[in-house]
Design a protein around this ligand. Structure first.
Ligand code: AMP
Length: 181
């Protein structure tokens, strides 16, 4: 009885210290859907996964002679600090065999912290909100599916407003079963 109450108190304290963060995932090598699903499962070790967007098939930007990406966004409630969350993302990337030879080029899995509560962080290793999130349809489309009203703490606009103001027209469409033929 005593043990249970200590446990539930610890759970309460952890929950009250938790922050809601949004993590963007992208994969364009190998079994992209399976890799994204596995990464989401592994994110469960960093906190409680609350929402997962649909998977979107998206056109590569920058280095274009590569396969389409699968992108998604996860909402997670986490007790981890931003740097600990980033470290956890790197562990997942390493475990899933992230490989990348070219900047903007093909990668097995890429995890980006898009938002961490309404914190603004500008460091050598970590910038939050993610600097490119407001410019990329492959982020804003899945993010607007699960958190349309969340406000970008620097731009002071909702995700939906950012999406409507977006000028790029790279293809972002819901994935179907043929994504991993
Ligand atoms: P990239 O794989 O091109 O997304 O870049 C990876 C590096 O970007 C990581 O090693 C991080 O140190 C750095 N980085 C800076 N801000 C972020 C962020 N918000 N989320 C993920 N990585 C970030």
């Amino acid at each position: 009885m005593h043990g249970v109450s200590i446990f539930s108190r610890a759970a309460f304290i952890l929950k009250s210290m938790s922050i809601v963060a949004y993590i963007g995932l992208g994969s364009n090598m190998g079994d992209k859907l399976a890799t994204c699903r596995r990464a989401i499962e592994m994110l469960g070790k960093a906190g409680r996964v609350i929402k997962v967007s649909s998977f979107y098939c998206t056109e590569p930007i920058g280095y274009v002679s590569q396969e389409d990406f699968v992108n998604a966004v996860v909402e997670i409630e986490t007790p981890l600090s931003p740097t600990a969350l980033l470290a956890h993302c790197h562990v997942i990337e390493d475990a899933l065999g992230r490989s990348r030879l070219v900047r903007w080029g093909p990668r097995t899995i890429d995890l980006d912290i898009l938002l961490y509560g309404d914190e603004i962080i500008s460091g050598a290793e970590l910038t939050i909100p993610h600097p490119l999130m407001a410019k990329r349809a492959f982020v804003l489309v899945p993010l607007s599916e699960i958190a349309p009203e969340i406000v970008h703490p620097v731009l002071k606009a909702t995700v939906l407003q950012l999406l409507h103001g977006l000028r790029e027209d790279h293809r972002v469409s819901l994935c179907d079963a043929s994504v991993n033929p």
